[in-house]
Ligand binder design. Structure first.
Ligand code: NIG
Ligand code: FE
Length: 421
């Protein structure tokens, strides 16, 4: 009788960019193990290392042996900040901005986020899911295996719940982990115009226990900005989230310095996102609290911003830096995470290795998934991406070219339709 294989799958004859800080390969750039092997059992990574160190003949070790054929394997990519579920689009505002209007003026005139609120309120859950599917497919085709999706375009109880349910439905339909974030404090809805405090107290805060009990949100986010909510209002939301054991995240210091970085850190936020205007004290506080800096070069690019986030200061302080699409109809009509790697390097001067860490190890941490996702390490979930590239820097180098061969979600191979083998 042949020996019973120990593993379900064994990947061979390629290179691993583990992105891990400890374990095999960790001391090399990208945590690289050239001519490596990786085994999967029960949907988790069961073994990885140099092929020559495999404890036996491949066929004797695993039920299925896969040929990497010189390609590179990385952790599955993580898009840790999106507004993927929304009604309509804002191409008209894109045209207006090209004619000279700016994002804040459009928002103050009742457009911007509120344009999308009207379209999202008018859409059924099924219509929201249908509209998001092609964008999600585009992300999955680039090796994304985990995505965060925020609410924030409903701005009343039923419509916020509808958005969160649509996000959960996408997670049930597609081979991807969906983490949902309640962003009721995204903008003041028209029925509360001029009464931001009342909106926070009457709608946002009561919804926090409701979304938690319904299992519809993994975290709570807010937009702290002159065109949205003050630091005090944001703190009220965070107090309620913390009281109900929900993690917090913050749209912080995107358009002006609101002390958002320090505020996020004070509440032990998983992440503070955007950060173009973050100040030194805020960055030091983030380093202390272990809050991840999520940089969003797509929004920076689309809005024609000139003030880049303080990357050097974040680096020096040892703040983990993640990158995400911010996929949304206003500031970031983006459905490519690979393009964000490129823009993270070209616009923000991240290294290609930092950019890749931003959509793997640090992206996982920004979602509270650092123990289970984001690196190739024994015991972690087998979310993997296999690329037809000669070196990992290519993931940030190409523009509009997708070298993915296949992705693996929870140990199961997901093909993309592209043939890069
Ligand atoms: O992350 N900054 C606030 N929220 C989104 C933009 C949303 C919108 O314009 O619809 C962002 O950029
Ligand atoms: Fe955002």
């Amino acid at each position: 009788m042949p020996p019973v294989p120990r593993w379900d799958d064994l990947w061979l004859n390629g290179n691993l960019a583990t992105m891990a800080e400890t374990g095999p390969g960790a001391e090399a750039p990208y945590g690289a193990i050239e001519d490596g092997a990786l085994a999967v059992a029960g949907g988790r990574i069961a073994w990885l290392g140099r092929r020559v160190d495999l404890p036996g003949r491949p066929e004797a070790l695993a039920a299925n042996v896969h040929e990497l054929d010189g390609s590179w394997m990385t952790p599955g990519l993580i898009d840790c900040h999106t507004h993927l579920v929304h009604g309509g689009d804002r191409a008209r505002e894109f045209e207006l901005r090209l004619q000279g209007a700016n994002y804040e003026e459009i928002a103050r005139a009742g457009g911007g986020i509120l344009t999308t609120v009207r379209a999202t309120r008018a859409a059924t859950q099924e219509a929201l899911v249908a509209a998001a599917r092609p964008r999600l497919r585009a992300l999955l085709a680039e090796g994304v295996t985990t995505i965060e999706i925020k609410s924030g375009y409903g701005l009343d109880r039923d419509n916020e719940l509808k958005q969160l349910r649509a996000a959960r439905q996408l997670g049930a339909e597609f081979p991807v982990t969906v983490r949902t974030t309640f962003l009721g404090a995204h903008a003041v809805p028209p029925e509360y115009d001029g009464r931001a405090e009342a909106y926070i107290e009457e709608v946002v805060i009561p919804m926090i226990p409701a979304v938690r009990e319904a299992g519809l949100a993994d975290a709570v986010d807010a937009f702290c900005e002159t065109i949205a909510f003050t630091a005090e209002q944001t703190a009220r939301v965070f107090e309620a989230a913390t009281a109900h054991a929900l993690a917090v995240k913050l749209h912080a210091d995107q358009l002006s310095d609101q002390g958002g970085a320090a505020l996020a850190a004070r509440f032990g936020a998983l992440s503070a996102d955007h950060l173009e205007y973050a100040n030194e004290a805020g960055i030091a506080a983030m380093a202390q609290s272990g809050t991840v800096a999520v940089l969003l070069p797509g929004a920076f690019y689309v809005l024609g911003e000139t003030k880049v986030p303080p990357v050097d200061a974040l680096r020096q302080a040892g703040v983990p830096i993640a990158l995400a699409t911010d996929s949304n109809p206003g500031s970031a009509p983006v459905a490519s995470l690979l393009l964000m790697l490129n823009m993270g390097c070209t616009l923000f001067r991240l290294t290609p290795e930092e950019a890749l860490a931003g959509v793997t190890r640090h992206g996982a941490r920004a979602l509270g998934l650092g123990d289970s996702h984001g690196t190739l390490e024994v015991g972690k979930v087998a979310d993997l991406a296999v690329w037809r590239i000669d070196q990992p820097a290519e993931l940030a180098y190409w523009i509009g070219f997708n070298p993915l061969i296949c992705a693996v979600k929870n140990g199961v191979i997901r093909t993309t339709g592209t043939d890069n083998r």
